[in-house]
Design a protein around this ligand. Structure first.
Ligand code: SF4
Length: 367
């Protein structure tokens, strides 16, 4: 989220890639880990066949509009943020090989207040001068907004695993802004719960993200050297038709015109071999709503009864009691939680992957 988007025309006035007048292919930092065929389509002037829907544009604009909210939240938490005027953002450019530039507009720089031993001693010229907080070195801040599930995934796995493109973007911005790599911070807002958090990524891990992104883009640069800006010389596809990258790709129809047939996607496999009609789905929603309604009152009564018993058991001082023909037990349990921010800062992504594992599951939510 580094550019302001005012309307649909502006979205397309900033292609993910283009050729500049000096023979370079210029790639937007936010697209650095994107599909190289899609970047080629953009650079060679193909018209998008699948432009973002109105809903996607609204979501994008909402994300942009929340950027100052995140900045203010950071400032309230003690950060000193230097964010550029969004009407006049600062552009940075980083060379990747002899014929490629990665460009973009950092969301700003931020400095964290130093505390305790970190803070240098302060010298005051005048007695009684108020103590000013001492801040650390400025670092690039990349601001993102995510829905609740993506936000949770980011907090749990860390940005390098959950959103590597954001880390690559921050790496390019850091190099473009400071001329060297140093720690960066990714601040993210959960748009559902309106909470925010941040992750600091140390310089050496940012360096790895940059190396990976340069290797990825380097192949596109080599393709450019070999073919020149030839719109018909398409790079290989980087993703398969079932990926989210293809499903949301603006060039989907030109790249994969026969999407379903090509990958052999059989829509009936989605229903696990059972045909479900629209009518049956409507009935299922109605049955679910009725069942929900019928358990609401009993659930409330159950909770109230348990609260009463908990208070009574605490006063008894016993963890077990017999009431009538039932045994009532006051169960104590210890909860353990992991500080994912500290974990993500302390360990590299490979070590984290051995500790925090993920698995996919599906469920249906009716709301
Ligand atoms: S449809 Fe998929 S493979 Fe084709 S350009 Fe888009 S992202 Fe790449």
């Amino acid at each position: 989220m580094t550019t302001m988007t005012d309307d649909r025309a502006e979205v397309f006035s900033r292609p993910a890639a283009r050729f500049d007048g000096d023979g370079n292919i210029e790639v937007r930092a936010s697209a650095a880990l994107g599909c190289r065929r899609a970047l080629w389509y953009a650079a060679t002037g193909y018209e998008p066949t699948n432009p973002p829907s109105d809903d996607s544009l609204t979501a994008m604009e909402a994300g942009n509009a929340l950027e100052p909210v995140v900045v203010r939240a950071m400032e309230r938490a003690g950060w000193k943020v230097d964010a550029p005027d969004p009407r006049n953002p600062k552009q940075v450019a980083v060379s990747v090989g002899p014929n490629m530039l990665v460009t973009g507009h950092p969301d700003g720089t931020a400095r964290l207040p130093l505390t305790g031993d970190e803070a240098p001693p302060q010298i005051f010229l005048f007695e009684g001068e108020p103590e000013m907080p001492a801040y650390g070195d400025p670092m690039v801040v990349e601001i993102k907004t995510r829905g609740p599930e993506a936000f949770k995934r980011w907090q749990t796995l860390g940005a390098e695993r959950s959103h590597p493109a954001a880390v690559a973007q921050a790496a390019f911005y850091t190099l473009g802004e400071f001329g060297d790599l140093r720690e960066t911070v990714i601040a993210t807002m959960d748009t559902g719960n309106r909470t925010w958090d941040y992750e600091r990524i140390p310089a050496e891990r940012l360096d790895k993200a940059l190396q990976d992104a340069c290797a990825w883009l380097g192949e596109l640069g080599a393709h450019h050297v070999k073919n020149g800006p030839d719109p018909d010389a398409l790079p290989e596809r980087d993703f398969s038709s079932s990926s989210w990258q293809c499903r949301s790709c603006p060039f989907l129809a030109v790249c994969l015109p026969g999407l379903a047939e090509e990958d052999g996607i059989d829509e009936t496999t989605e229903t696990e071999g059972k045909e479900v009609t629209d009518e049956e789905a409507r009935d299922a929603v109605a049955a679910y709503a009725e069942a929900q309604e019928s358990i609401r009152e009993p659930e409330k009564a159950k909770r109230a009864a348990l609260d009463t018993l908990k208070t009574w058991m605490r006063r008894q001082g016993d963890s077990k009691a017999t009431v009538g023909d039932r045994t009532v037990t006051l169960v104590s349990s210890t909860r353990y939680s992991v500080n994912h921010r500290r974990l993500n800062e302390a360990l590299d992504p490979e070590t984290r992957a051995e500790i925090v594992t993920e698995s996919e599951s599906e469920y249906v939510r009716v709301s």
